[in-house]
Design a protein around this ligand. Structure first.
Ligand code: APR
Length: 247
C-alpha cells in the first residue's frame, strides 16, 4: 500500500476542488474507523454480536422475533460511541459545507459523528443510533446520554425500536431521492470509507458520474467502485482529507 506521504492530489482534482460550486460527499463506516468505530467489513475489525453476524442481529426479522436482543446490540454500540470523538476527516467535511455554494453530505453511518463535528442537514440513509422510533405510529424520540433509554412511545404507548434501517427494510422516505437528485447535479463527488457493496447507497457515485460529475474515491483498500471512479486516493480519510485544505 502507498504510504500517505506519496499520496498527492492530482492537479485535475485540485483544480476541480478549487472551482467547484456543487459538491456531494458520500461516507461509510470507514470515515469513523479512526475515531474507534468498528467497520462492518474491510479495513478495521468487523462486527459480530453474541456469535450472530451483524446482518442477523440488525434485521427486521429480529425486531419481530426479539426486540430486546436488538436493543441490547444497539445499546452496546451506543455505549461504545458515547465517548468517541469525530476525527480530522469529519472536521474537514464540516468545513466544506461553508466552502461550497451547494454542498450535500450523504452518510450511511448511524453514529452521529458528522453532526458532532458540526455538519448540518446530513442526509442519513440508514437512520441514526441516537434516535428511537415507535413501531406503531412512527413517532421519533432522541436518545440522550444522561437519561435512561425510553422503551415506550409517549404518543401511542406502543414499543420503541432503534431508528436505524435494518437489513430487509426500506430507507427513510425521501432520503435516497434527495441524495440521488443532488448526485445528479454535482460537479464533484467524494466517496469516502465505504465498501460500495450496499445498495442503493452504492449507486450514488454512478448517478453522479453518468451526469458528468467527477468522482473521487478515498479508501485504504480497493472496492468494486474503484475502477469506475475518475480518481482514487489510497489512504485513511483522516490523513487524506486534510490535504485538501493544504494549498
Ligand atoms: N479511512 C477510509 N476508509 C476506511 C478506513 C479509513 N480510516 N478504514 C477502513 N476503511 C474502508 C474499508 O476499506 C472499507 O472499504 O471503509 C470501508 C468500510 O466498509 P463497510 O464496513 O462495508 O462499511 P459501509 O460501506 O459503510 O457499509 C455499508 O452496510 O452493514 C451495512 O448499514 C450498514 O451502513 C452500513 C452499510
Amino acid at each position: 500500500m502507498q504510504t500517505i506521504q506519496t499520496q498527492v492530489i492530482s492537479d485535475e482534482l485540485r483544480d476541480r476542488f478549487d472551482r467547484a460550486q456543487s459538491v456531494l460527499v458520500l461516507t461509510g463506516a470507514g470515515i469513523s474507523a479512526e475515531s474507534g468505530v468498528p467497520t462492518f467489513r474491510g479495513g478495521g475489525n468487523t462486527a459480530v454480536w453474541r456469535g450472530m453476524p451483524f446482518d442477523v442481529i440488525s434485521s427486521a426479522t429480529m425486531v419481530q422475533r426479539d426486540l430486546a436482543a436488538v436493543w441490547e446490540w444497539f445499546d452496546y454500540r451506543r455505549n461504545l460511541l458515547q465517548n468517541l470523538r469525530p476525527n480530522r476527516a469529519h472536521d474537514e467535511i464540516a468545513h466544506w459545507q461553508d466552502r461550497f455554494p451547494q454542498f450535500t453530505l450523504v452518510t450511511q453511518n448511524i453514529d452521529g459523528l458528522h453532526q458532532k463535528a458540526g455538519s448540518r442537514e446530513v442526509v442519513e440513509l440508514h437512520g441514526n443510533i441516537w434516535r428511537a422510533r415507535c413501531v406503531n405510529c412512527n413517532a421519533r424520540v432522541e436518545i440522550l446520554t444522561d437519561k435512561p433509554r425510553p422503551d415506550i412511545c409517549a404518543a401511542c404507548g406502543d414499543r420503541l425500536r432503534p431508528d436505524v434501517v435494518l437489513f430487509g427494510e426500506m430507507l427513510p422516505p425521501g432520503a435516497f431521492e434527495t441524495a440521488a437528485e443532488k448526485a445528479a447535479d454535482c460537479e464533484l463527488c467524494f466517496v469516502i470509507g465505504t465498501s460500495a457493496i450496499v445498495y442503493p447507497a452504492a449507486s450514488l457515485p454512478e448517478i453522479a458520474r453518468s451526469a458528468g460529475g467527477y468522482v473521487c474515491e478515498i479508501n485504504p483498500e480497493a472496492t468494486p467502485l474503484s475502477n469506475r471512479c475518475d480518481e482514487g486516493l489510497t489512504g485513511k480519510a483522516g490523513e487524506v482529507l486534510p490535504l485538501f485544505s493544504k494549498s
